[in-house]
Structures are given as structure tokens and as C-alpha cells.
Design a protein. Structure first.
Length: 270
């Protein structure tokens, strides 16, 4: 067995996976982490779960501050997965490692303890010089996958379409809370730990409008309300809404509505 066919590491900080890596990954998350990002999609607040990640996927784990050990990442080469003992369990791309879906197992307390014990033994064995080390590792991996393979019928598959709707919902909430802080799509995408391009794709697919349109809509709603129902000056309103200058606010408002802020304000008394 080559030294790089099996690797295991503790989840103690944010971890990224490069698409250049040919290994498959099994991520066991014990203590709750902020989330798992897979191909630009964030699955937040994950705990007591196992992810099986195809080597075609790009992923990142976001841990919480001062995390000591949130779980393990087990990386396996195709060579090790092709071992006759393991291949009988169908843990290849046909079942668990499948780029079309992302298996997520929620573990019962009993299985969780067994999973932790197996991964800890693998970690210990990899750092040892014991005789028959390879056979012992294969045996442990076989036991680990027996538990996982046995849960395939009750596994929860992460559906990307539903995830997109969740992202759009989270985006709209962020815009509502932070519109004064930023008018830029990139800011909200970074808060969601996804790219601006992917955020726009989600909004376009779910709502059939652009991400920027959500921000503009929120600004216009607040602008009209302030102009019609408050006595704040246009200058005060522009700064309250996060615009750099009153002139830029007036330009934005006229471009989007065809009317100057001052004209709208005058119309409220007519």
C-alpha cells in the first residue's frame, strides 16, 4: 500500500479541497460547524453527519471559532476503493461517491460512537509501524463502510434545487438587514460563502430576476417610503440608505423610476 492511498486528518480549522486532488473524501462532522460548501453551495450548521464527496467536487468546511476537533476527513484514492474487500460494498461512484447526488448520513448516537472509534483507530494505525498494518486498515475501512452501506436506503440526499431556494431566501433576509451597509451583490455572496455568479444563478432560477434587482427593489421601497411619509431631507435619506452622496442617490432614483426624488416628494402634498 502506498503512503498516499489513505490519509486522515482532524477537522480543527477551515479546510478546503482542491479540484486537482484525485482523492475521494469522507467527512465525518461530529461537533457542529458553520457549514459545508460544495461546488459553491453552502449547507449550514452541520453536526453528527457523514458526507461522501466525489473527487470531482470542490468543497470547503467552515469551522466555528476555537474548534478543537470537530471530526475527521478521510481521503481515499481510487486504488484503495478498488480493493476487492471494499468494492463488494458498492462504495464507488454507483452508490456513495456519486457526483449527481451528495449522500448525507445523520448518525444515531450508537453509530456515532462506533464511527468515532473506527476513525480514531485508522488515525492511530496510519502513524504506526505495526506488522500487517495494511490488512488492519482495510478491515477497519470495511467495517466503517458496512455501517454506511447499511444506511443507504435511509440516506438523505441533498437536493440542489431546494438548496437554491434556501440560498435565495437567506439572500433576501441579508439584504433586508444590511441594505444600508452595502448595495453590492458581491458583499451578500461573500456573507453566504458563495460566488456572486452562483448567487445570481440561484436568484435567476428561483425568481427569474437578477440578484441586483433584489437590492434595487429594497432601496426603492425604502426611498419611496422615506420621501412620502417622513420629513427627512433628501440629503438625510440618501445617507440613511447608504448612498455615498445625495447626487448619486438622486441619479439612482431617477434612473430606476424616471422621477426625481424632489418631484416625488412634491407630489405627496398635491
Amino acid at each position: 500500500m502506498k503512503n498516499d492511498t489513505i490519509n486522515i486528518s482532524k477537522i480543527v480549522k477551515n479546510v478546503s479541497h482542491s479540484t486537482d486532488d484525485s482523492d475521494y473524501a469522507v467527512c465525518w462532522v461530529k461537533d457542529e460547524i458553520k457549514g459545508v460548501e460544495i461546488d459553491g453551495v453552502l449547507y449550514p450548521n452541520i453536526s453528527n453527519s457523514i458526507f461522501f464527496l466525489d473527487n470531482k467536487l470542490q468543497w470547503k468546511l467552515y469551522t466555528r471559532e476555537n474548534s478543537v476537533n470537530a471530526g475527521y476527513i478521510l481521503q481515499l484514492s481510487q486504488e484503495i476503493l478498488s480493493n476487492p474487500l471494499l468494492s463488494k460494498l458498492h462504495i464507488n461512484q454507483v452508490r456513495l461517491f456519486n457526483s449527481g447526488t451528495i449522500p448525507l448520513f445523520k448518525l444515531s448516537p450508537g453509530i456515532e460512537k462506533r464511527t468515532q472509534a473506527i476513525l480514531e483507530m485508522i488515525d492511530e494505525l496510519l502513524g504506526s509501524h505495526l506488522n500487517n498494518k495494511e490488512d488492519a486498515l482495510i478491515s477497519l475501512l470495511n467495517t466503517f463502510f458496512v455501517y454506511c452501506d447499511g444506511q443507504c436506503n435511509i440516506k438523505s440526499i441533498i437536493e440542489k434545487n431546494q438548496t437554491k431556494a434556501n440560498i435565495v431566501y437567506a439572500f433576501k433576509q441579508l439584504v433586508d438587514k444590511n441594505i444600508v451597509k452595502s448595495h453590492e451583490v458581491g458583499y451578500y455572496a461573500s456573507q453566504l460563502n458563495i460566488s456572486a455568479k452562483y448567487l445570481n444563478e440561484c436568484v435567476q432560477e428561483v425568481l427569474n430576476i437578477s440578484s441586483k434587482s433584489i437590492i434595487i427593489e429594497q432601496l426603492l421601497i425604502r426611498s419611496r417610503h422615506a420621501l412620502k411619509f417622513t420629513n427627512r431631507t433628501i440629503k438625510e435619506i440618501s445617507y440613511d440608505l447608504g448612498f455615498s452622496t445625495p447626487d448619486y442617490f438622486s441619479y439612482f432614483f431617477k434612473t430606476q423610476t424616471g422621477t426625481n426624488p424632489s418631484a416625488l416628494r412634491r407630489s405627496r402634498s398635491s
